[in-house]
Write a protein that binds this ligand. Structure first.
Ligand SMILES: [Cu+2]
Length: 120
């Protein structure tokens, strides 16, 4: 049993040494996709910028066609609720966190997406 343990640890370490083989870097142990309401390329910039430089957040990509965002993050540093709050602070709704009306209405006209009715 001990040998199996050592072999699996070795396999794990070898697997981690090739950074290019990993979808996630060691710093960002979790990757989640969820919907963020928005319209256009400008929305994309604003949404992605809302998470730029946030501690614990890695790659962020929002797709304007599918309205899905993919966020790599370190679950020890930040959680999904906090990530969604950051996005809402920039004016963008998720199903769970709704942006303040005043922030939403200060978005450029083309970015004032149809707000979901199914949020609180
Ligand atoms: Cu926009």
């Amino acid at each position: 049993m001990k040998l199996i343990y050592i072999l699996s640890v070795a396999a794990f370490l070898m697997g981690c040494s090739g950074a290019d083989n990993n979808q996630l870097s060691a710093d960002f142990n979790q990757s989640e996709s969820f919907q963020v309401y928005g319209n256009c390329g400008m929305c994309k910039k604003t949404i992605e910028k809302s998470l730029a430089g946030v501690k614990g957040v890695g790659n962020v990509n929002w797709d304007k066609k599918t309205k899905q965002i993919k966020v790599d993050f370190d679950s020890l540093e930040i959680n999904l609720a906090e990530i969604k709050s950051k996005i809402a602070a920039a004016g963008y709704d998720t199903k769970e966190v709704r942006a303040e009306e005043s922030v939403y209405s200060s978005l450029p006209g083309c970015c004032q997406y149809d707000r979901p009715n199914d949020v609180k």
